[in-house]
Design a protein around this ligand. Structure first.
Ligand SMILES: [Zn+2]
Length: 85
């Protein structure tokens, strides 16, 4: 079964590997961008799309959904490109 995820900015539903994952680690509360499979916690997904990233930051969506005050590195997110298959 494919794992579908929803972008928090545009609401589009895509396959997991077509999205950027941002997780708040459930142990230490650190924000991890594209965590490996050993990190668990509340997560949000964004398209590999500058527009979706910008909307998420403008509305402070990532911090709100993850319930964190930690700074999330927007430049890092903007620099991520979708891995090619
Ligand atoms: Zn999107």
């Amino acid at each position: 079964m494919e794992h579908k995820r929803k972008c928090i900015s545009c609401g589009e539903i895509k396959n997991r590997e077509e999205m950027i994952k941002i997780t708040k680690d459930y142990i230490d509360g650190n924000i991890i961008i594209q965590p490996n499979s050993k990190r668990f916690g509340r997560s949000v997904y964004l398209c590999y799309n500058k527009n979706c990233i910008n909307i998420a930051f403008k509305k402070n969506k990532i911090n709100k959904i993850l319930k964190t005050n930690k700074n999330i590195d927007k430049e890092l997110l903007l620099g991520i490109t979708q891995p090619t298959k």
